[in-house]
Design a protein around this ligand. Structure first.
Ligand code: GDP
Ligand code: MN
Length: 351
């Protein structure tokens, strides 16, 4: 019955087993990283694990961004860490420089405040350029114009389990728009006024909010009105570039935030900004929790639950409508499961 097939992985999601015509339609997707030369060891660590546990089978390109030119050493080392193509791009100056409408006095006062509270790295000038770019500008980079999906990778993160399917193909096959791995609570002082600014935006543009959007999960149960500070931990993101580039709500929302200067006068991070954007402009069923990807950033870590991959199950469920044929009707056996175990059957080094 239906239940038996529920956890059957879609053949086309797994390594080398999908039909050629589907293989040909592999999504245009890239692994992207904003990174500095001095973070070379860190990005090599992230690359080694993601390549070992996943990308060596898929060979999606790596695209690196920096506000300064990368050194030859950085390029040589990173291109040697993958069999896929690598690209190195400068962030356009206008996307990194502090915009002229920002009041420098207010900005420097806020740097002082943020260093007193020692919230994150909010006292660093570069941090403000970084959160602004990651919030609303990265997807406008010409190097990504031909791409449909991105997977954001930071230096020094960990992917410690095999990923037995293609998350990009999963996004495309299920019509998902945004994927996350962890949701966290951050220090509310770091994004003071983001919530009231967002509420003002909703009041100004109620029609841009998706009719099925749900913001309930972001509301403090005590007041029912204030932001509970929950956010997708955006150092891991797998998303649709078309959504960020083209959704009118998302574009207008970023412009609204930009005008009010909170990337500088506060520390409106890309994590709460993307969380709010995704929650306002998408129905919840377009957002996916990649719970079957083992991942760690600093002290925050997510281990996949044992048992069947829910992503594969969701893909199988979506497949009849998406591919126009039922992929799993021929089999009646008990469910076959591609597990997300951390062991690797591969020869050689493990990461
Ligand atoms: P945190 O996760 O909030 O502590 O912020 P990180 O320091 O990890 O920075 C987030 C991402 O932006 C990482 O991929 C960093 O490598 C990158 N990043 C941060 N600041 C800069 C910068 O000034 N220049 C460049 N090129 N990358 C940066
Ligand atoms: Mn980080």
């Amino acid at each position: 019955g239906a239940n038996k097939n529920k956890y059957r992985p879609m053949k086309w999601l797994t390594e080398n087993s999908y039909p050629n015509d589907l293989q040909a339609k592999s999504p245009k997707a890239a692994l992207i990283s904003l990174v500095r030369d001095e973070e070379l060891d860190g990005i090599l660590q992230s690359m080694r694990q993601l390549e070992f546990h996943w990308n060596r089978r898929y060979r999606y390109p790596w695209i690196f961004f920096n506000e300064k030119p990368f050194s030859e050493e950085f390029k040589a080392a990173t291109s040697n860490a993958t069999l896929a193509q690598t690209e190195y791009h400068l962030v356009p100056h206008a996307h990194w420089a502090t915009p002229s409408h920002i009041n420098q006095t207010l900005y420097h006062n806020s740097l002082d405040y943020l260093s007193l509270t020692s919230v994150g790295k909010g006292h660093l000038l570069s941090y403000h350029a970084m959160i602004r770019w990651q919030s609303g500008l990265f997807y406008l980079h010409p190097a990504l114009a031909a791409y449909e999906y991105y997977w954001r990778v930071e230096p020094d993160v960990h992917f410690f389990c095999d990923i037995p399917y293609d998350p990009f193909r999963f996004m495309q096959g299920t019509g998902m728009v945004y994927g996350f791995n962890m949701a966290i609570l951050d220090d509310a002082r770091s994004f003071a006024s983001l919530w009231s600014t967002t509420r003002d935006f909703i009041t100004a543009y109620p029609d841009l909010v998706h009719p099925e959007a749900s913001l309930d999960w972001l509301l403090d149960p005590q007041t029912g009105l204030t932001y509970n500070n929950c956010q997708f931990f955006s150092n891991f993101e797998i998303g649709s570039l078309a959504f960020f580039r083209e959704d009118e709500g998302n574009r207008k929302y970023f412009d609204w935030l930009e005008e009010r200067g909170g990337f500088y006068y506060s520390r409106w991070g890309d994590a709460p900004v993307h969380t709010l954007s995704v929650s306002m402009f998408l129905p919840p069923d377009r957002v996916w929790w990649f719970r079957d990807i083992g991942y760690q950033h600093d002290i925050a870590r997510h281990c996949p639950p044992p048992g069947p991959s829910e992503s594969l199950a969701a893909a199988a469920a979506a497949a009849p409508t998406i591919t126009g044929h039922r992929a799993s009707t021929t089999s009646t056996g008990s469910s076959t499961v591609t597990s997300t175990s951390s062991s690797s059957s591969s020869e050689g080094e493990e990461y």
